[in-house]
Design a protein around this ligand. Sequence first.
Ligand code: BES
Ligand code: MN
Ligand code: ZN
Length: 458
Amino acid sequence: MSEVILEAADTAVPIHAVTEAELPGLLETTPPFVPAFVAMSEFKAKAGQVLAIPGEDGTLHTVLFGLGTEPQAMAFRALPAKLTAGVYRIAQAPGGLLRDQIALAFALGSYKFDRYKPRKGGAARLVVDGCDVAEVRQVAHACALARDMINTPANDMGPRQIETIAREIAEQHGATCTVIEGEGLLEANYPAVHAVGRAAVAERAPRMIEIAWGRAGDPLVALVGKGVVFDTGGLDIKPSAGMRLMKKDMGGAAHALALGRMIMAANLPVRLAILVPVVENAISGDAMRPGDVLASRKGLTIEVGNTDAEGRLILADALTRAAELEPALTLDLATLTGAARVALGPQLPPVFTADEDLAADIARHAQAAGDPVWRLPLWAPYDEALDSDVADLKNDPDAWAQAGAVTAALFLKRFAPAGPWAHLDVFAWNNKARPGWSAGGEAQAIRGLYSLIRERFA
Ligand code: BES
Ligand code: MN
Ligand code: ZN
């Protein structure tokens, strides 16, 4: 990826980012042709408005970027697509906006998935004085990595490829990466991961990836991510419309790896355990069946009421592993339920936690990072919807409980560590392009969580 945030530049076109209220003040300071051009163009500094102003020699002189009435750093995501290729510099922006966030927004908004169809033309690149370029770049890189992984189809993003990426990330940051694969999962006591993934062809065998990083004595953060490289639904097969996007069902794994990479790149004073169960929920003669009772790492037996509720099965074993490590904080990220989208839509991932301090911290950091999440309850009265006649619990909650995102979170809670734990049911996808958010894979919640971890373990 070529860098869009630059340290410095000899020549750069100045960008003045102004609110509607700030526009008149700006125009008092500019050469007289500028206010005339602005008036003629009906530029009012409305949110997202961009005006490229030519100089008297016909070259680009200045760019005005409207921030409306409530300026937000993430608005700068929309800017790159409106600029021609070249080098720009933020000459003016409201003092309340953090320079790092402006630069990060610009970098996130520059993202395009170009693996199979290279983009035409060059990029707009930006100098933001006073921003921490290395830090902005590493966060942008991590988000782009997650989006690339999610966008890459299952034929090129199978278990093997996710393992390779995990090993590369580990190697880059001096972490160890352990991978348990195929039949080895039974020996190592990851029976649910094995049961979900065993129907795939041998070269796409299930695996449990564990990255360990950090200095002894530092507090442990466990990051768990659902890595279903493709979710057919298994024998309770998904209808075609529901299956269409299921290349993104490893989004949680991509998020956990990206968040872990941010933490390692920033060298935060924590230890990390990144726990990523990776499977293909495939159909074959060896597939798990509705009615099967699975063993789990925790020892609880799980009745498979529906093979399409596979994410919670693999997360059960991964969360049990996390619990064994006694982390100071556990975060899991997963494209777990369609019900989360019914509740909150694609842009707002629900977060579940019983820890009030953690809930407040997540909300505050999500808000500050422009990376929104919304708390939903671990509503205990629905827990009995998970009761099974033949096993300790079942993976398809009774229909009476209705709230599928809540009952999925309650399922995970049975396996989660006793300490602070939050579960994020991410969509990891933009259904529709909007300025600054290209259609396809999206990194959600991890910038806010990164900021939380920075603060909590400073
Ligand atoms: N990966 C899906 C959930 C999903 C679907 C996320 C669409 C994002 C978009 C998950 O494995 C699944 O199929 N969940 C089922 C659970 C049900 C069978 C209890 C669901 O949500 O319908
Ligand atoms: Mn499923
Ligand atoms: Zn799934």
